[in-house]
Write a protein that binds this ligand. Structure first.
Ligand SMILES: Nc1ncnc2c1ncn2[C@@H]1O[C@H](COP(=O)(O)OP(=O)(O)OP(=O)(O)O)[C@@H](O)[C@H]1O
Ligand SMILES: [Mg+2]
Length: 246
C-alpha cells in the first residue's frame, strides 16, 4: 500500500501540499480528484519519488518513495505522454519491456490491450493525441508493476476505449495491483473503490464513491463533488473574513 504522512511540498514559491496525509490500500483502485491546480500531479510525483519534498514521509510497499528497490515495482503514467517520439509504438513498448526483462511478445500484447494493435508500427510522432497517450499508457503497464500511478490516463479517449481501459485497471487491481488514478471524469470516479478528494493541497474527502455522495446528500457524484469543493471554499472564505476582522 501507499502511505503518505504530513507531506509538505513547495513548488516555486507556492506550498502545494501542506501536511497532506492519506493511504491507498493494496489491490484497489483509488481515484484522485480535485480542481485543476489542486496538487494531484504533485502528490503522484511524490509517490513515485520524483518530487522534492520539504517534509513528511511517503512510503510505498514498505519502502521510502523513490528507493531503488521500488523502481521496478511502480508504473507511472505522466500527465503529458513521455515516450520516444522517434520510435514506433511497438519499439517503445518492447524497449520498456526489455528494461524489466520481459519479452517482446508480452509488449506486443500490451500494445493490443490499449487498442493500438493497428498502429503498432507507426512512429509515436505520427500518432493522434489520444493514441499517443495510450502508447504512453502501454509503456507504464508493460512492466507488470505492483503499483500503478496513472495521471489522467483516459484524457482524449472515446467512451468505448475509456470503458475498456477502466476494465483493465479494475482487472489489475483484482490481481493485486495498487492503482492510484487521477481523473476529472465523474463516471470514472464512480468505478473507483475509494476516492481521495483534494482541494488546494488539502484532503477534503477519503471515502467510497457511495459515501462521498451520501455525505454531500446527492446521488450524483458530479453534484457531490461541486458541493464538497464549494462548501469548503465558503468555509475557508468565512474563516479568512473572521481572521481578518480579529
Ligand atoms: N514546476 C512548478 N513550479 C511552480 N509551481 C508549480 C510547478 N508545477 C506545479 N506548480 C503549481 O503547483 C500546484 C499544483 O499543481 P499540480 O500539477 O499538482 O495540479 P493538478 O491537481 O495536477 O492540476 P491538473 O488537474 O490541472 O493537472 C499548481 O498551483 C501549480 O501551478
Ligand atoms: Mg495534474
Amino acid at each position: 500500500m501507499i502511505e503518505v504522512k504530513d507531506l509538505v511540498v513547495v513548488r516555486g514559491r507556492r506550498t502545494v501540499l501542506d501536511g497532506f496525509s492519506c493511504s491507498v490500500p493494496t489491490g484497489s483502485v483509488t481515484g484522485l480528484l480535485g480542481p485543476s491546480g489542486s496538487g494531484k500531479t504533485t502528490l503522484m510525483r511524490a509517490v513515485v519519488g520524483v518530487q522534492k519534498v520539504k517534509g513528511g514521509t511517503v512510503t510505498v510497499l514498505g519502502s521510502a518513495a523513490g528507493s531503488a528497490e521500488l523502481r521496478k515495482k511502480i508504473g507511472y503514467l505522466t500527465q503529458a505522454p513521455s515516450i520516444y517520439a522517434d520510435l514506433t509504438v511497438r519499439e517503445n513498448a518492447r524497449y520498456f519491456a526489455a528494461l524489466y526483462g520481459l519479452e517482446a511478445a508480452h509488449a506486443d500484447q500490451v500494445v493490443r490491450d490499449v487498442g493500438l494493435g493497428d498502429a503498432a508500427r507507426q512512429l509515436v510522432a505520427d500518432l493522434s493525441g489520444g493514441q499517443r497517450s495510450r502508447a504512453s499508457l502501454a509503456c507504464a503497464l508493460v512492466g507488470k508493476p505492483e503499483v500503478l500511478v496513472l495521471d489522467e490516463p483516459t484524457v482524449g479517449q472515446d467512451p468505448v476505449l475509456r470503458d475498456e481501459l477502466w476494465g483493465q485497471f479494475r482487472a489489475a487491481a483484482a490481481a493485486g495491483t495498487t492503482v492510484l488514478v487521477s481523473s476529472h471524469v465523474m463516471d470514472e470516479a464512480n468505478r473507483c473503490d475509494r476516492l481521495l478528494l483534494i482541494r488546494q493541497g488539502a484532503l477534503i474527502a477519503d471515502d467510497t464513491p457511495a459515501a462521498v455522495k451520501a455525505a454531500a446528500g446527492t446521488d450524483d457524484l458530479d453534484a457531490a463533488f461541486l458541493r464538497l469543493i464549494r462548501d469548503r471554499g465558503e468555509d475557508d472564505a468565512a474563516l479568512a473574513t473572521k481572521e481578518a476582522g480579529e
